[in-house]
Design a protein around this ligand. Sequence first.
Ligand code: 13P
Length: 252
Amino acid sequence: MKNYIVGNWKMNQSLEEINAFFTSFNEIFPNTSDNVFVGVSPQSFHIPLLMSHPKKPEFINIGAQNCSQHKSGAFTGENSPNALKEIGTVFTLIGHSERRQFFGETSNLALGEKIQSALDEGLQVIYCIGESLQERKQNLTQSVLKEQTITALKNIKIENQDQLLIAYEPVWAIGTGETATPEQAEEAHQWIRGFLNELPNINQETPLLYGGSVKPENVDALLAKENINGALVGGASLKGDSFGKLCLAATK
Ligand code: 13P
């Protein structure tokens, strides 16, 4: 199976930093191989800028960090899926824990609809799930992941099964420097694979990415696990050299 390395730049990166990112990325990872998918999600208004950036290698796919369930209309501040597609965006994240935490998104509240709208437009979707520290301490990880997976995906109709990916991002590992151990991540990914068995509409081989303080130092051990098919990376995706090293690790 392919390895996926996707950078989530969140609300970061000035134009100067983007330029510096490509300069160092291109030194470390000038060419890709067929078995690696490389993606970056900038702030949405930077999407066209990145796509036409003179230093961007052809193989880097550009994505959005969020996408509305509506195609158009009076929804101030939202990204429309068809406008994203129209400008050439390849994929979108949906349900990132920061969207759930700060913007009130829940698996019940429109996440399934958002996924469906983005898929219908031909965007690839990286659906993000993950438990909080409190939920992990209360032994609720498995039930939280199940609810997040089943509720959002149970009614999804998907023609091209390659369009959907799932990212497991334990909230307590995001931006904290504390990574789930490869064993903890693999255990969660096995559970998620198990939940997919209950969803006949979804490809059982759906790629599962891990996210939460992934760095060049810990990526090899994570990617070595059977059910970890890639990484969704925040902090370490902001600098071209660390992101390039993650992509290199994914070619092994
Ligand atoms: P960090 O890699 O900074 O922990 O962020 C992970 C993340 O939220 C990616 O979506």
